[in-house]
Design a protein around this ligand. Structure first.
Ligand code: SF4
Ligand code: SF4
Length: 90
């Protein structure tokens, strides 16, 4: 609280030079964010940053931009550090 308006995900995976344009990521993307004719790209308006394309790519060619990956890792290492007491919301 207070609630904030969701402004979309700040980062989206893209394919690097190892992409062979097999199209598997485009087939498996649940949001239709990877065009079949250009599977090395990502539509940031549609991408929900679920990371499925990264998981399924046989060439390990998809990833988040390095600075964003580092920022996420730093943020999570702070937020996920230590034991959190369970809370109940009524
Ligand atoms: S699955 Fe990987 S190699 Fe295939 S098109 Fe997508 S990014 Fe390229
Ligand atoms: S992160 Fe998820 S939604 Fe975004 S392009 Fe990859 S599979 Fe699609």
């Amino acid at each position: 609280m207070p609630y904030r308006e969701f402004g979309g995900m700040p980062a989206h995976p893209k394919a690097g030079k190892d992409c062979v344009k097999c199209g598997l990521c485009a087939k498996r993307c649940p949001a239709g964010a990877i065009p079949t004719e250009r599977p090395d790209t990502t539509d940031p308006e549609k991408c929900i940053t679920c990371m499925r394309c990264v998981a399924v790519c046989p060439k390990k060619a998809r990833s988040l931009p390095a600075p964003m990956l580092l920022a996420s890792k730093t943020m999570l290492s702070v937020k996920a550090a230590g034991y959190k007491k369970p809370q109940t919301f009524l």
